[in-house]
Design a protein around this ligand. Structure first.
Ligand SMILES: [Zn+2]
Ligand SMILES: [Zn+2]
Length: 578
């Protein structure tokens, strides 16, 4: 824990600084400078201004795979209402010239802080691994175009094509919990601008006009039938008309109406069906009202699904489980309908796409989680302040510590994975051909992230306050000390839905004895630190748990009894909105 503990106050300080000084998409100048400065200081070759405000850092450390770590840097036009001592009061002018409040309401400040922290840890431990670390701080995730802009600016041509890409995002799960999902983890999104042209006139003479307000109203109503009537009940789809504007005055029939529509889906076929239906209905409604001029339908923003490579997920999840312990790493039964542009970095249309893993890091303070209404984790997730909420207040320490360790461990699981393999040139496209074999140890260097040479290992509590923190940003919050995932929910009732069952079993599967101790507040350290200490004390690197962590029935006696993901009959009440 030595290095991680030494570094953590700096990461935390950087996070607080970013949180206080959020910047909108593609205006991440100050943030990018902070990232570049940190990377330069810790020995990276740094390139700024990639795709706008993007930053790329390279640490070439001998032969081996190129592992890319990506974080997003942008904030949102939201007025912060968390009441945190380091809450943002920033206001700025947006692209349209409007003054808007700005807040890191999606946790990208945490992603960025964990990114530079992981970069630093990897640099400090470079004697222990071989390969290349590629750090990518991306602008404009919320606008879903930052990744593409970096690619268009020659990200891979100029700096090399990675063998694997790692990314993470804060979510409304209990703070510190790592959630993985093989296959699709995030849905696709598309936004459309619709302009309907009528013929204006006096409100008293409607028969001399073509009323675009009525056309727009009919479009809104008719679109509600798309998901319910045109999409299979077994598929997830969302279609929302989020903006509608027309007219200036009650007694004037306007010339035109304007709508903006957003869709979500978990596969390209459904996304295409939604798009076709929008186009058809808009044109048909305009024609039905006798509009002379064709309406305009323009797609202006979107991103495809985020589809984790299953083998790569297995490898990273195994490393996370070996490091954090089984209790802290779960498999998400269902994808989130939220959207990212992270998937573009994997070159989905390339004949040889780059495998990637994207996971969630829980951010909800444990007291908030405990107090949230709901009998199941999914209900609770829907009732805690989540991403894009003005009340989104991540539990600073556990979320940052988990994010920092998760990114570092995942990177090391590739960089130090098999020295022999790393020393030989990678056969193209087959660097990571399959799940981690049982006999390959995960080579977390036992000397680097911790104090294996400083026996006994310090009983540092990763959920406790940072020690020697010269940049302690706030007073300590007791909530962060509460037992990890304190389990106040009772035995699950007979489940109403498969989600309740899946998640109930997942969460209930924690060791009953440990839960009892938590209830009685006997546990002074979280098992996380215990696991870390044990991990780092081992002379032998820890092996990943045997057997498939995901995608099939777990071995008997495993903590995880959840069935493999079922059909998409119901979706979590996740509140991500990008
Ligand atoms: Zn986000
Ligand atoms: Zn967001």
């Amino acid at each position: 824990m030595r290095l991680l503990d030494e570094l953590f106050p700096l990461v935390e300080g950087f996070y607080v600084d970013l949180h206080k000084n959020p910047e909108l998409s593609h205006a991440e100048y100050r943030t990018a400078s902070g990232v570049a400065e940190w990377l330069t200081r810790t020995g990276y070759e740094v390139h700024k201004g990639v795709g706008g405000t993007g930053v790329v850092g390279l640490l070439r450390n001998g032969p081996g795979p190129t592992v890319m770590l990506r974080a997003d840097m942008d904030a949102l036009p939201v007025e912060e209402k968390t009441g945190l001592p380091y809450a943002s009061t920033t206001r700025t002018t947006d692209e349209d010239g409007h003054e808007v409040p700005v807040m890191h309401a999606c946790g990208h400040d945490a992603h960025t802080a964990c990114l530079v922290g992981a970069a630093d840890l990897l640099s400090e431990t470079r004697e222990e691994w071989s390969g290349t670390v590629m750090i990518v701080a991306q602008p404009g995730e919320e606008s879903l175009d930052g990744a593409q802009r970096m690619l268009d600016d020659g990200l891979y041509e100029r700096f090399g094509r990675p063998d694997v890409i790692l990314g993470q995002h804060l979510g409304p799960q209990p703070a510190g919990l790592i959630s993985h999902r093989a296959g699709v983890i995030l849905g696709s999104s598309a936004s459309y601008r619709i302009r309907v042209h009528g013929e204006g006139g006096h409100a008293s003479q409607p028969h001399t006009t073509v009323d675009p307000v009525l056309i727009a109203a009919n479009i809104v109503t008719r679109l509600q039938g798309v998901v319910s009537r045109e999409i299979s009940p077994s598929e997830m789809a969302v279609l929302t008309v989020g903006r509608i504007q027309a007219g200036t005055k009650a007694n004037i029939i306007p010339e035109e109406a304007y709508l903006e529509i957003n869709t979500r889906a978990l596969n390209e076929v459904v996304a295409a069906r939604l798009e076709t239906a929008i186009e058809r209905i808009v044109r048909a409604e305009a024609a039905a009202s006798g509009a002379v001029r064709e309406p305009e339908v323009e797609r202006f923003q979107g991103a495809g699904v985020t589809r984790n490579d299953p083998d790569t997920v297995n490898a990273v999840a195994a490393a996370h489980r070996a490091y954090f312990g089984d209790t802290y790493v779960i498999h998400l039964p269902d994808p989130s309908p939220a959207t990212e542009d992270f998937g573009y970095l994997g070159l989905p249309d390339d004949p040889r796409p780059i495998p990637y893993v994207y996971w969630f890091v829980g951010a909800t303070p444990h007291d908030v989680w405990e107090a949230a209404p709901g009998g199941t984790p999914y209900e609770k997730m829907g009732n805690v302040p989540s991403n894009h909420s003005p009340f989104f207040a991540p539990a600073r320490e556990p979320a940052l510590r988990a994010g920092l360790a998760a990114l570092t461990v995942a990177a090391l699981s590739y960089l130090g994975r098999d020295r022999q393999e790393a020393l030989e040139p990678a056969p193209s496209g087959a660097m990571f051909p399959g799940p981690v074999p049982d006999d390959v140890p995960i080579p977390i260097p036992s000397t680097d992230l911790g104090g294996a040479h400083e026996a006994p290992a310090p009983p540092a509590d990763p959920l406790g306050p940072p020690s020697g923190d010269r940049r302690q940003p706030t007073e300590h919050n007791e909530a962060y000390d509460s037992a990890f995932l304190a389990s106040s929910w009772d035995e699950p009732e007979p489940a109403d839905s498969t989600h309740d069952a899946d998640m109930g079993v997942l969460f209930q599967s924690q060791d009953e004895e440990l839960r009892e101790e938590w209830r009685n507040e006997k546990v002074e350290e979280s098992t996380l630190s215990a696991d870390m200490a044990a991990f780092l004390e081992d002379d032998e690197p820890r092996r990943p748990p045997a057997g498939p962590a995901f995608g099939g029935p777990p071995p008997q006696g495993s903590a995880h009894h959840a069935p493999p993901p079922g059909p998409d009959d119901d979706r979590p009440g996740s509140d991500y909105r990008h």
